[in-house]
Design a protein around this ligand. Structure first.
Ligand code: ATP
Ligand code: ATP
Ligand code: MG
Ligand code: MG
Length: 476
C-alpha cells in the first residue's frame, strides 16, 4: 500500500482516550466572546428572550440528534449536556464526543438564527468552546446541576439590578459601585424600593435557566369501538424552567438519571485541564461526520464536487486568518489538518479548548461561506465536524503525517474515481465494489484506461493531491 511507509504516525501518535466507565459524562459548552457577540447583535439586556430561546432550540436539537443525552441545562451562553451513565457514544472517546457536540451545536445555532431573529443578519460567526467532565455518582451529578442553577440565580439577580440601575440613568461604574458587597436581600430590596419590581415575578426562564429532557406525556393514539380515547404515555422532549436544586423535580423524574446495573466501585479522578507538552508540533485534524449522507442530500457531484472542496479550502483560509499560529493546512474530501507553529501558546496549550474551539470555528466558517459557494442550494442539514488534536515531537514526523494524509487522499480518490466510473457506466454499487476488491494502484489505472480511455494522472490535481493552504511571501 502506498501509505504503509507513513502509517506509523497513526499507530504511534494517535490515542483513543476513553472516558472512565460508570460515570456520567457532562459536556458543557459556552459561547466564546458572547459579551461582544451580544453587543454586535443588539441583544436586550440583561436577558434577550429570543437569544435564550435559540439556545434552547439548539439544545432540543441535540437531544433529538443524540439519544444518549438524557438531560440538558442552559443559562446565558452556556449549556450542559448530561449523557446517560452507561453511554457508549463513540465508545466514550473524549475528543469525538466533545468536538461533535460543540460542532453540532454551533451549526444548529447558525441554521436556526433566522427563525429567532428574522430581522437581524448574523454579522459574525458564533462559536463555542467546551469541556468534558465526568461525575462518578448520582450525588455529584445532582450537585453539578445545582451548582449551575445557583450560578444562574446569582448572575441573573445581579444583572437584573445592574441593568435597572443603568437604564434609570446611572453609569455602568456607578451601578457596579451601588451593588458592591450587597447580599441577596439587599438586591431584592433595591428592586422593590427603587423600581417596584418583585424579583420573584421576573420570568422563570431568566431566574431558573432552562432544562431540556424527555418528559412523560399522555397522548391519544386512537379511539376504541365505543368512541372512547385510548391513551398512551410516551416521552417527548420538553423545555422547562423549574427548580432543579431541590428534591422535587428529581423525585418526579427519577427515570432521567438512572444508575446503571453494573457499577464499578472505583472512582477515577478525571483531569480536566490537559496541557499539550511544549516543544511539540500540534496538529488539529477536522473531519466531517456522516458526510456520505450530507453529500447526497446536497447533491454533490460524485466522486468529487469541486465547489464543495473549494468551500472546505475557503473555510481553511478563514481558520488561518483567525489563528495566526496555524502555519500550514492540508485537506481533501471532507477533512482538513492544521499544523500549528511549534511554540504556540494558543489557549495555553489546553487540549480541550483547542479541540472544541477549532471544530466550532471551522463549522461556523463552513456555514457562513455556504451561500457564497452554493448560492442556489439551500443548506438543509446542519453539518458537523469532529476534531482530533495530535502532537508530534519533530518536524520530520509532521511531514510524515502530511505524507500519510496525502497517500490516503490518493488511495481514496483513485478508488472513488474507478467506483463512480463503473457506477455511471451502469454497474450496480455492489458489483463495482466487487470489481475493485483487492486491486492494486496500477490495476485501477489500467481499468480506467482500458474501460474508459481515461488517464488517471490527467484528473484535476485538486482531486488527486488534495489542497494545501499556507502563507506566501509577497512583495508589496
Ligand atoms: P468567554 O469567551 O470567556 O466565555 P464571554 O464574553 O462569552 O467570554 P461569559 O462569561 O460567557 O463571557 O458571559 C456571556 C455574555 O454574553 C454575558 O456578557 C451576557 O451578557 C451575554 N449574553 C449571553 N446570552 C445573553 C442573552 N440571552 N441576553 C443578553 N446577553 C446575553
Ligand atoms: P463518518 O461519520 O464515519 O466520518 P462519513 O460518511 O463522513 O462517515 P467518510 O469516510 O468521511 O464517511 O467519507 C466521506 C464521504 O463524503 C464520502 O462518501 C465522499 O464521497 C463524500 N464526500 C466528501 N467530500 C466530497 C466532495 N467534495 N464531493 C463529493 N463527495 C464528497
Ligand atoms: Mg461565554
Ligand atoms: Mg457564559
Amino acid at each position: 500500500m502506498a501509505n504503509s511507509e507513513y502509517e506509523y504516525v497513526k499507530r504511534e501518535f494517535e490515542f483513543d482516550r476513553r472516558l472512565p466507565a460508570s460515570n456520567w459524562i457532562v459536556v458543557r459548552i459556552d459561547g466564546c466572546h458572547f459579551h461582544r457577540f451580544s453587543k454586535i447583535h443588539a441583544f436586550e439586556k440583561p436577558n434577550d428572550e429570543n437569544a435564550l430561546r435559540l439556545m434552547n432550540a439548539c439544545a432540543t436539537s441535540m437531544l433529538e440528534k443524540f439519544p444518549d443525552i438524557v438531560f440538558a441545562y442552559g443559562v446565558s451562553d452556556e449549556y450542559s449536556f448530561v449523557f446517560r451513565e452507561e453511554t457508549e457514544f463513540y465508545q466514550r472517546r473524549e475528543s469525538k464526543i466533545l468536538s461533535i457536540c460543540v460542532s453540532y451545536f454551533t451549526s444548529v445555532y447558525g441554521m436556526k438564527w433566522k427563525d429567532f431573529f428574522p430581522n437581524k443578519d448574523l454579522r459574525e460567526p458564533p462559536y463555542f468552546d467546551g469541556r468534558v467532565v465526568c461525575y462518578p455518582n448520582m450525588k455529584t451529578i445532582h450537585d453539578y446541576l445545582a451548582w449551575r442553577q445557583v450560578d444562574c440565580h446569582i448572575n441573573n439577580h445581579y444583572n437584573t439590578c445592574f441593568w435597572m440601575l443603568v437604564k434609570s440613568g446611572k453609569t455602568e461604574k456607578e451601578a457596579q459601585q451601588t451593588l458592591k458587597g450587597t447580599f441577596s436581600e439587599d438586591k431584592n430590596e433595591l428592586l422593590s424600593q427603587q423600581f417596584q419590581v418583585n424579583y420573584e415575578d421576573e420570568p422563570a426562564m431568566f431566574r431558573k435557566g432552562s432544562s431540556v429532557y424527555r418528559d412523560k406525556v399522555e397522548t391519544k393514539v386512537k379511539t376504541d369501538d365505543y368512541g372512547n380515547p385510548i391513551k398512551r404515555i410516551r416521552l417527548a422532549i420538553t423545555v422547562s424552567n423549574l427548580d432543579i436544586i431541590g428534591p422535587e423535580f428529581w423525585g418526579k423524574h427519577q427515570y432521567i438519571l438512572q444508575e446503571g446495573k453494573y457499577r464499578y466501585e472505583y472512582v477515577k479522578k478525571f483531569d480536566d485541564i490537559r496541557r499539550l507538552p511544549c516543544c511539540n508540533w500540534i496538529v488539529v485534524r477536522i473531519s466531517a461526520c456522516q458526510f456520505d449522507k450530507f453529500s447526497l442530500i446536497h447533491s454533490f457531484d460524485k466522486p468529487n464536487d469541486e465547489t464543495a472542496l473549494s468551500l472546505m479550502n475557503a473555510s481553511a483560509s478563514l481558520m488561518m486568518e483567525q489563528f495566526p499560529d496555524i502555519i500550514f493546512g492540508y485537506g481533501f474530501s471532507n477533512e482538513y489538518s492544521f499544523v500549528f507553529q511549534e511554540n504556540t501558546e494558543l489557549y495555553q496549550r489546553n487540549e480541550r479548548l483547542i479541540l472544541s474551539s477549532c471544530s466550532s470555528w471551522f463549522t461556523s466558517f463552513y456555514m457562513m461561506k455556504w451561500k457564497e459557494y452554493f448560492p442556489s442550494k439551500e443548506l438543509v442539514q446542519p453539518p458537523k465536524f469532529e476534531a482530533e488534536v495530535l502532537c508530534y515531537p519533530k518536524p520530520k514526523i509532521v511531514c510524515d503525517y502530511l505524507s500519510w494524509r496525502q497517500a490516503e487522499c490518493h488511495n481514496r480518490n483513485q478508488y472513488n474515481t474507478c467506483f463512480w466510473m463503473l457506477v455511471k457506466s451502469g454497474e450496480d454499487e455492489n458489483k463495482a465494489n466487487e470489481i475493485l476488491k483487492g486491486t492494486l494502484s496500477k490495476d485501477k489505472n489500467e481499468l480506467l484506461f482500458q474501460r474508459f480511455q481515461m488517464n488517471y494522472n490527467n484528473e484535476p490535481a485538486m482531486f488527486r493531491k488534495g489542497s494545501c493552504t499556507y502563507r506566501q511571501k509577497k512583495q508589496d
